[in-house]
Design a protein around this ligand. Structure first.
Ligand code: FDA
Length: 305
């Protein structure tokens, strides 16, 4: 219930202005967001690298229908990738892109061109790009753009949301040689006509999708903080003869850092999703919605405790 309210608030301009106005909000946001500038993102990436973790970096921004804002987002990614180049991160330094932030709702061709520019800058670092998945109305368009990008940049990956009814079929289509699929439970408020509702149904759907990806020939990126899903991944890896380097785990910046480091210490590739930028509101509200304990943390900090 609280989660649903927070997800609704994540799309509200009024609540955005109220929450952003609190002076202490920034202190709390820092737990989940690596900073506002490319320099701060780079510093966070260096800390994670030194702890043995790979990264995927997200320049925060939500949907835009303004061509200049879309171009500014693409430029921000290109500048970020230039700033990261001296670190020589290669495949451990990828970026994640929300197509709606580079104009997907305004003009799909424009979004594809911006995504291509970002892929080219990432390729110059030897790094791949993964497309985030947003609400269900964008899935066909995102998968269409993925196919076009993969013609020139075959390592481009995509997030698939287990809660959508369609996702088992999408996983089957994508479980082929060379494809990189990040499996997530799904973070948007979706109607019961398109998505499983409630944790049990979503967890079961996650396991079905996971089985398809682990049995397939692609590179599964298991993005979850859920110990049960991590344990099931390890069982499936045994069953399908996968070794430690042919799949990876992913978690969000600031969430279960002890678990991230323990998995990396056991030899797994663990990639941390590192968001940065000043447009943190939608991302931050989705993280609060996922876990009531995070709301308590937020309220305590607002109270100065
Ligand atoms: P679940 O929410 O069931 O949580 C399981 C356990 O993990 C909890 O009991 C708790 O212990 C811990 N936990 C989970 N969330 C926490 C939090 N916020 N704070 C503290 N502990 C927490 N979604 C999407 O729709 N499109 C996308 O492109 C992406 N991309 C993406 C990348 C990466 C790397 C990750 C890890 C996640 C995403 N997501 C996403 C978000 C995803 O859909 C989902 O909302 C969150 O990962 C939470 O789901 P869990 O699998 O962690 O399980």
């Amino acid at each position: 219930m609280l989660g649903q309210l927070l997800l609704a608030a994540s799309g509200s301009g009024l609540v955005r202005r109220a929450v952003s106005g609190f002076p202490l909000t920034r202190k709390v946001v820092e737990r989940f967001v690596a900073g506002e500038t490319a320099g701060e993102a780079r510093a966070a990436v260096e800390r994670l690298r030194d702890a043995g973790l790979a990264v995927t970096i997200d320049h925060l921004g939500e949907e835009t229908r303004d061509a200049r804002a879309a171009e500014a987002t693409a430029d921000a990614y290109i500048r970020l990738l230039e700033a990261l180049r001296p670190l020589e991160l290669g495949s451990t330094g990828e970026v994640s892109v929300k197509l709606s932030a580079v104009g997907q709702r305004l003009d799909e061709t424009m979004a594809l061109e911006h995504a291509r520019e970002i892929c080219a800058a990432a390729a110059a670092n030897g790094s791949p790009v993964t497309l985030d998945m947003e609400d269900h109305t964008t899935v066909d368009s995102t998968l269409g753009i993925l196919r076009k990008l993969r013609d020139d940049y075959p390592s481009t990956g995509v997030a698939i949301q287990a809660y959508l009814f369609r996702s088992e079929e999408d996983c089957r289509d994508l479980a082929a040689e060379g494809s990189r699929v990040r499996l997530v439970k799904g973070a948007y408020r979706e109607p019961s006509s398109v998505a499983h509702q409630g944790k049990t149904a979503v967890d079961k759907a996650y396991v079905r999708c996971l089985r398809i990806l682990m049995a397939g020939k692609g590179y599964p990126m298991v993005a979850t903080h859920d110990d049960r899903m991590i344990a099931i991944t390890e069982l499936l890896a045994d069953r399908y003869g996968r070794t430690i380097g042919d799949h990876e785990f992913q978690m969000l910046y600031g969430i279960r850092t002890d678990r991230q480091e323990a998995l990396a210490g056991a030899g797994h590739t663990v990639r941390v999703y590192v968001p940065y930028g000043d447009d943190w509101y939608g991302y931050f509200m989705r993280r609060l919605a996922e876990r009531p304990a995070n709301v308590a943390f937020f309220l305590r900090a607002l109270g100065g405790k």
